[in-house]
Design a protein around this ligand. Structure first.
Ligand SMILES: [Zn+2]
Length: 504
């Protein structure tokens, strides 16, 4: 298929085409409608979220022949010129390449004194404004402080903090949000339908996840996938075009890691290398997978929306088998390996050694959330003995949990599947807290000598056992600390507890 620059072709040309920034569009349109627009705007936000697009729309709204208007026509002389980037009175500059004081003085400060050549307003759009030098900002400040009535400044930046306070305080500021996966998928569907190109829905989800909220990155990746596809955009073409490891292979690899199957791990790495994936790409894809598993383990709602339901269910199931502590340990090992690869001469060896060492230590608690050290002991014989050993240990470590667990009973349901019958709904809710459940699974598995999968259900016949008050306080603090440590590691994603209360 032919290569098309989709981001340019489908750049929003009217305000109602701007997606995911409704809070900004409404404010801007009202300002133009009431003739109360600012002479200096500061547009902040991550890359590819529509800052430059919006800046051009402001220029159109002010200069449209039918305006100033909140709904520029996109057809008149000025609208067309601005769209094509050929309007003499709308000056776009990239501060990353033109940062010197002379550039700013020549292009803006001197020029701004004169009336527009033909349009109503002179509009200066400065991209990556934080890259301007201190002197350039100084030169600009005077003009922004007392802007001529026919001049409007629009500064766009991905790094708000690097813009001097003196400039910030003179500008009206707008914060651009990352696009949601659902919105980005919708946009790509629209583009593909307009282009008459067929696609598989999971392929678009994969692209949207990678784009991390950037509309531009999503359309650029889609472009690559289209160029790579012979007939339709499929999951395979997306993974091949972008050179990343596919979901199925990652799920396989994680299964091999859980099982400690070292030969299987090496075979997986070999297969990915054969398909042209670099060791670093394999490691980064796996790291992303571990992050997704952590989100699945913690039941992060926004993460669930990024997957099709069966794929998410599979993630949750796999996360349950790995356990939080192991995920954190894997995360640390793999992050270290990725940083080692940057200096090491043989990245594939670094990757293989890291994976083998992960597989060699099936249960390893990460230091960041380390709890009381577990005394070395032999695995118990039966599962009941293992349960007893686990309860003894739990009394020292988590008195509240131990009290609740002592009132519960356990039954074996399959080779490695166990059901804990809790006495009441509150106990069920407590045991189902991600940090408590993974702790139970972890410690019981250790006592058992193999990985166990645990299900928690309510046993109506059981008596109610209430923990003592002071133990509750102590326990809650510990649980929250654990969640905090996890959310810090995982960029502060919202952690949703099963009870519905959100923690940070
Ligand atoms: Zn117009």
């Amino acid at each position: 298929m032919a290569y098309i620059s989709l981001y340019r072709k489908y750049r929003a040309q009217t305000f109602d085409q701007v997606m995911g920034q409704g809070h900004i569009v409404t404010t801007l349109q009202n300002a133009v409608r009431q003739n109360k627009f600012s002479h200096a705007y500061l547009l902040c936000g991550p890359r590819g979220t529509g800052k430059t697009t919006t800046a051009r729309l402001i220029a159109k709204a002010l200069n449209c022949e039918n305006g100033p208007t909140p709904e520029p026509c996109d057809e008149c002389h000025f609208c067309v010129q601005i769209r094509q980037g050929s309007c003499m009175d709308v000056v776009e500059m990239d501060a990353a390449s033109e940062t010197s004081i002379d550039d700013v003085r020549g292009a803006i400060v001197e020029n701004a004194k004169y009336a527009p050549m033909e349009a109503r307003y002179k509009v200066y759009i400065i991209d990556e404004a934080h890259d301007l030098s201190a002197k350039a900002f100084d030169a600009l400040l005077k003009t922004i402080e007392e802007p001529p009535p026919h001049v409007v400044f629009i500064l766009a930046t991905t790094e708000f903090n690097k813009v001097p306070i003196t400039i910030r305080s003179r500008c009206q500021r707008f914060d651009f949000h990352r696009g949601s996966v659902a919105d980005i998928v919708k946009r790509m569907e629209f583009v593909l339908q307009s282009e008459g190109i067929e696609y598989e829905a999971p392929a678009l989800l994969a692209i949207a996840r990678l784009a991390d909220g950037s509309w531009r990155d999503a359309l650029t990746a889609l472009e690559q996938a289209i160029a790579y596809s012979s007939d339709k955009v499929s999951v395979d073409t997306v993974y091949d075009a972008l050179g990343i490891v596919e979901e199925d292979a990652l799920r396989e690899l994680v299964d091999r890691l859980i099982e400690g199957d070292q030969a299987g791990i090496l075979a997986q790495v070999h297969e990915q290398s054969r398909r042209g994936r670099e060791a670093r790409i394999i490691a980064e894809s796996l790291l992303n997978r571990i992050r997704s598993l952590m989100h699945a383990q913690l039941n992060v709602e926004t993460a669930a929306q990024q997957y099709e339901t069966p794929v998410w269910a599979a993630l949750v199931e796999q996360a349950r088998r790995v356990g939080t502590a192991r995920l954190l340990a894997w995360w640390q090992k793999l992050s270290q390996a990725i940083s080692d690869m940057r200096v090491a001469g043989a990245p594939r060896i670094v990757l293989e050694l890291a994976l083998l060492s992960i597989a060699d230590q099936p249960v390893q608690v990460a230091p960041a959330v380390a709890q009381a050290p577990t005394p070395a002991r032999k695995p118990a014989g039966t599962y009941e003995e293992a349960w007893g050993a686990f309860l003894n240990e739990a009394r020292q470590e988590k008195p509240r949990a131990a009290a609740q667990l002592a009132a519960a009973r356990i039954e074996q349901k399959g080779e490695s599947d166990f059901t804990i019958y809790a006495g009441n709904a509150r106990a069920v809710e407590y045991f189902c807290k991600p940090e408590i459940k993974s702790w139970i699974t972890e410690r019981f598995s250790a006592a058992l000598g193999r990985q166990a999968a645990i299900e928690i259900v309510q046993d109506s016949a059981e008596a109610v056992v209430e923990p003592r008050k002071e133990e509750v306080a102590e326990e809650t603090l510990e649980g929250d600390r654990l969640v905090k440590a996890i959310t810090t590691t995982f960029e502060g994603y919202e952690v949703r507890k099963p009870s519905g209360e959100a923690g940070r």
